[in-house]
Ligand binder design. Sequence first.
Ligand code: F6P
Length: 545
Amino acid sequence: MNPTPLDRRPEWAALAARCEALRGRSLRDLFAADPARAERMHVEAAGLFLDYSKNRVDDAALRELVALAEAIGLRGRIEAMFRGDRINSTEDRAVLHTALRVPRDRSVVVDGEDVVPAVHQVLARCAGFAERVRRGDWRGFDGRPVRNVVNIGIGGSDLGPAMACEALRADSDRRLTVRFVSNVDGTHVAEAVRDLDAGETLFVVCSKTFTTLETLANAETAKRWLLEHCGGDAAAIAKHFVAVSTNAEKVSAFGIDAERNMFGFWDWVGGRYSLDSAIGLTLMIAIGPAAFGELLAGFHAMDEHFRTAPFERNMPVLLGLLGVWYANFAGCATHAVLPYDQYLARFPAYLQQLDMESNGKRVTIDGREVTWHTGPIVWGEPGTNGQHAFFQLLHQGTRVVPADLIGFCRSRNPLGEHHDLLMANLFAQAEALAFGKSAGEVRAEGVAEHLVPHKTFPGDRPTNVILADELTPAVLGALVALYEHKVFVQGSIWGVNSFDQWGVELGKVLAKKIAAELTVTGEPALAHDGSTNALIRRYRQRRRG
Ligand code: F6P
C-alpha cells in the first residue's frame, strides 16, 4: 500500500496554515510578544550551541514541525540507519558512516558481521602509515623523507579531506606541504606539482570506485611526472603512491600494490559521507592520528545526541525541520552557510555536495514524482568577506535566504582585537537580518525623504547561529555530523533516497562519448542536437592538435 503523499498529510496542511498565519508577524513582533524566546529556543550538544530563536516560527509551528517528523516515522528511520538496514534501496546498501566513528568496544552488525573490528583495523593501519610519514620514516625513491602530500580525488574523495585540512590547519604539521588535486583540468595537477620535489612527494589517490575519470587522469599524470623525475624507475611508484578505495582490483590495475599500499573502506560508506573513513588519510597525515581520533569522537558525540535526544531538543532534527519550513512553506529556494572563521573557507563547498547530492532528488524512494520541493540550493562564503559581496541581497533583496552563521568564542589565532571584531560582525549581521531598520527609524535619523526607502531594511531574514568554544578536531567532527544528520532528517521528510546520486551519471556518459569525438581523426558523424554539434565542430577546428 502506498503511504499518504507528504503534501496530503494533515500535518502538512497544518504547517501550511501556520506559515500563512505567521506571515503577518515579524520577528520584531515575535520577540516583543515573547522576550524570553531566545532562552528557550536554543540547544547545546557535542560542544555546539545552536540559537534558533531568530527563525520565523513560534512554539506552535515548532510543535507542528516535530509532529510532521513523528508522522513520517523519523524515529524509525534514524534507528534503521544506525542499525545498518539497507536504506539506500536504489543501490541496495546499508548507510553506516556512523559506524566509522563508534568506539572500539561497540558493535554494529551488518549482514551478520560486526563491522567495528574492521573499521578499527583500517584506522590502525592508517595511523601506522600516517605516523611513518610524519616521523620521516616513509622514504621516497632516493631515500629522502616525504615532505609533500598530494591528495588526488574528487567529490567526496576530495571535498571532505580538503575542507578538514584547511579547517584544522592550526593542528597540522607545518613541515608538510599538503595539496589537493581534483579537477580534470590539467592546470590543477600542473600547478599542484610544479614547485614540488618528486623525491619528497607522496600521492594519496582516493577513489571509492577507482573508476572516476578525473581521478584516474590526474593519477596517471602524477605517475608520469614521478617517472620523469626518477629516471623512469617503476619501482618508485610503490614509494610515492598509496590508494584509498573499495576496489582493490582497479587499484592493482593502476599499479599500486593493493595488499600493502591500499587502505580500504566499504560500500556502506557513501562518498560524501566518507571523510571519517580511510578517505581521511591525507588529513590524518596532516594532523596526526591522535587529532583524527578527536575528530571521530566529535562525530560520535553528535551521533549519540541525534540518536537519543527528543526531537524538540535535537539539533540536527531542529535544523532539518526549520529547513523544511522555509523550503516548503515559506518559498525559500536557497540556504546560505556563512562560517565566521577563515579556516572554514571550504565548508560551504563541502556542504554543497553533502546536501545537494543527497537531497537534490525529484522522485520518492518508491519512484513517484514529488509534488513538493526537496533539497535547497546551498551556498556560502566565510564572513566577513561575504558581507562586502552578497549580503546586500540578503538584507534588501526581494528573496529571503535563510542562513546559518557559524562562529567560535576563541580564535586559534588570537591577534589583537581581530576576533572580537569578527564576532561582533557575526552577531551584528544576525541582528540586522532579523530586525532590520524601519522607515520610521531611518527618518528619525534625519535622512532625506527620497533616501528613506533606500536605507530601510525590512528585516525578517531568518538565521541560525551556531557557536562553539574553539575550532578543534572534535568540534569539526560534531559540526560535520550535525549537517550529515540534518540532511538525513530532510531527506526522510521529503521521502527521497539521500544516499544515491544517479543524477551525475548522464553527463559522465555523454562526456565519454564526446571526448572521443573531440580527438578522432577525420570528421566524426555527430548526432547530438544542433547546438552541441556546432560547439564540438568549433572546438575541433581550434583545439591545439
Ligand atoms: O560523480 C559523483 C561521485 O560519484 C560522488 O558521489 C563521489 O563522491 C565522487 O563522484 C567521487 O567518486 P569516487 O570516490 O568513486 O572517485
